[in-house]
Design a protein around this ligand. Structure first.
Ligand SMILES: NC(=O)c1ccc[n+]([C@@H]2O[C@H](COP(=O)([O-])OP(=O)(O)OC[C@H]3O[C@@H](n4cnc5c(N)ncnc54)[C@H](O)[C@@H]3O)[C@@H](O)[C@H]2O)c1
Length: 339
């Protein structure tokens, strides 16, 4: 069996989640890890029994099939553009890029490339989200009237101080919106469709002297199909409580909270599904379980020439478009039309 040869750039927090999945894929070989901090690259290479580099550009001539980009947000555009130009398939951690404008730039590049670009919004592959999407697509619950997405998490001073790229518009691109709540915004537009207009506000309630980005944001979303969305996200809660999504349809509503998917119809609550799988003990529980699905699916798609698991740039840029409009609305205190 011809193995697909792969490399990972960035050996930080999310790195082991990717490397552990690759270790267990029979038809994939992790050949290189790259980090500009040599000690990190060296340690990762020794743990995963592969070679290491400190300059990702040295990957270009190594006959690789896929490269994972797990670096800070400001590096997503230049690294991914370089890799695509060298005919390498790329699996890129979220967000697509730092902002909507550069996101569109990368989406255009990817559309014109013969290589594939997939973006890691793994939560689309959580069993409950897949089931909810199926139910909505089949139309059994009637038209979607509204959706609510609430993210109440905890990120303290130490979190922002551990890596210098966090907490700044130039290197992270934003705060709770682009780093934590982007998964929920991605699910909201994936479930309901395109957002046509929105009105929003943002604030930095804690850590004003430490971060320049928002730690709290809220928005009312007006979807093109007439549905209305309520969105609230904060990093100022005392712990990471489960994300809550409620989808209100004509005949029933769906509640996605933590591991549970409930259907509420005429006041009767039905438990549709509980996710039984346990998160690996060595990872953050709020990353969920679905990196395995999106990563192994990406390789299946590359082998078969399909796009079942690939979340392409055109789809991934939509959450950046919403975030960009939230900033505009907050700064100008007016309703914004998304174009
Ligand atoms: N999908 C998820 O649930 C999820 C969870 C966590 C992080 N992420 C994403 O993963 C990405 C990385 O996040 P993280 O928390 O692992 O960050 P991190 O800061 O822990 O790791 C980034 C790594 O990139 C390395 N790096 C920086 N510049 C480099 C360069 N020029 N060349 C090579 N390596 C370089 C750093 O040394 C560091 O080891 C971000 O986009 C983040 O949003 C996604």
């Amino acid at each position: 069996m011809q193995k697909l040869k792969t490399a990972i750039i960035g050996c930080g927090n999310i790195f082991p989640v990717h490397a552990d999945v690759l270790k267990n894929l029979a038809d994939v070989e992790l050949t290189y890890v790259v980090d500009n901090q040599k000690s990190r690259a060296k340690a990762a290479a020794s743990k995963y029994n592969c070679s290491y580099l400190t300059d990702y550009r040295k990957l270009f001539n190594l006959q690789l099939d896929v490269v994972h980009v797990c670096t800070p947000h400001y590096l997503h555009l230049p690294m991914t553009a370089d890799l695509l130009e060298h005919n390498l398939n790329v699996l890129l951690e979220k967000p697509l890029t730092l902002n909507y404008q550069t996101g569109c730039q990368l989406a255009q590049l990817a559309a014109g490339s013969s290589s594939k670009l997939g973006v890691v919004f793994q939560n689309r592959f959580n069993p409950n989200n897949q089931k909810a999407k199926q139910l909505l697509s089949r139309g059994e619950l009637g038209k979607i009237k509204g959706i609510k997405g609430f993210v109440t998490w905890h990120r303290d001073k130490n979190y922002y101080l551990q890596d210098s790229w966090r907490g700044s518009y130039q290197t992270e691109g934003g705060g709770v919106l682009i780093n934590q709540a982007i998964h929920t915004l991605d699910l909201m537009h994936w479930f309901v469709g395109d957002v046509a207009e929105l009105k929003a506000s943002i604030d930095t309630r804690l850590l004003q002297n430490i971060i320049e980005v928002e730690d709290t944001a809220e928005a009312t979303l007006y979807f093109a199909n007439g549905a209305v969305g309520i969105f609230y996200a904060t990093n100022t809660f005392t712990s990471n409580s489960p994300v809550e999504i409620v989808i209100d349809c004509e005949k029933a509503s769906l509640q996605l909270v933590g591991k549970r998917l409930l259907k509420i119809e005429s006041g009767i609550v039905e438990e549709l599904q509980i996710q039984a799988e346990k998160e690996p003990a060595n990872y953050k529980s709020y990353w969920g379980n679905s990196h395995q699905k999106i990563i192994s699916g990406f390789y299946k798609d590359i082998k078969l020439g399909t796009e079942k698991y690939i979340i392409n740039a055109e789809s991934a840029v939509k959450s950046l478009q919403i975030i960009d409009a939230i900033y505009q609305s907050a700064h100008q205190n007016r309703r914004i039309v998304l174009k």
